[in-house]
Design a protein around this ligand. Structure first.
Ligand SMILES: Cc1cc2nc3c(=O)[nH]c(=O)nc-3n(C[C@H](O)[C@H](O)[C@H](O)COP(=O)(O)O)c2cc1C
Length: 200
């Protein structure tokens, strides 16, 4: 089984979901291929203070990421259609887009892939690899809902970021980690973020 995974971060609110996901993956020996859209960079700057010209690794460390010695982070420019994940021949365990904008959801739902994020997601669907989408918007209009159904019917796992409160969260990170745990569960990736209900 390959230890590669693709993570996409769109320009929807909730960049922290992508960052907390990266934290779990990079603290294990994963090879993470990361695509942050142009809008994703804008939102990340706004919400988390990341500056695109600074070191992303340093930024992750400032967000509490402690890199495993065998972890690898490979960043891809969002317009790089020559990157490996644009081809079905590139084997990986799946892709998580967290957060996913309504625009990228629409592109994936309609098979209209104009950048690496959309193309990689499209490839996941055609190759029957897991594609976990964490669409963030509220309220939803009919187009958003229809696009979620289309993506679901094409094989995507649609996971709106909906934290539960029965585990008594005490911080934003607790709420975010609940959602990230559910994403990881979908890919059968181990974590110790939130225990199973009933496990104490
Ligand atoms: C601060 C900020 C917050 C945004 N939040 C959302 C959001 O929650 N959901 C969404 O679908 N779009 C949101 N947008 C709009 C997207 O960034 C925009 O549609 C963009 O074209 C998405 O591009 P991408 O899918 O390539 O990242 C937001 C934009 C900004 C600047």
């Amino acid at each position: 089984m390959t230890n590669r995974i693709v993570v996409g971060i769109c320009g929807a609110s909730g960049a922290i979901y992508g960052i907390r996901l990266l934290k779990v993956l990079l603290e294990q020996p994963w090879e993470v291929h990361l695509i942050i859209s142009e809008a994703g960079k804008l939102v990340m700057a706004h919400e988390l203070g990341f500056k695109d010209n600074s070191s992303f690794e340093q930024f992750l460390e400032s967000e509490g990421v402690r890199f495993h010695e065998d972890a690898r982070l490979i960043r891809h420019a969002p317009d790089d259609l020559l990157a490996e994940s644009a081809s079905g021949s590139f084997k990986h365990k799946g892709m998580v887009i967290a957060p996913c904008s309504m625009k990228t959801l629409a592109a994936v739902a309609s098979g209209y892939a104009t950048n690496l994020m959309e193309r990689t997601a499209d490839v996941c669907l055609k190759e029957k690899r897991p594609l976990v989408m964490v669409p963030r918007e509220t309220p939803l209009n009919k187009i958003h809902i229809d696009n979620m159904i289309k993506a679901y019917e094409a094989g995507a796992i649609i996971m709106p970021p909906s934290p539960a409160f029965y585990f008594r969260p005490e911080s934003i990170n607790d709420l975010v980690d609940f959602v990230v745990a559910r994403m990881l569960d979908q890919l059968n990736i181990e974590h110790n973020l939130v225990g199973e209900w009933g496990s104490g």
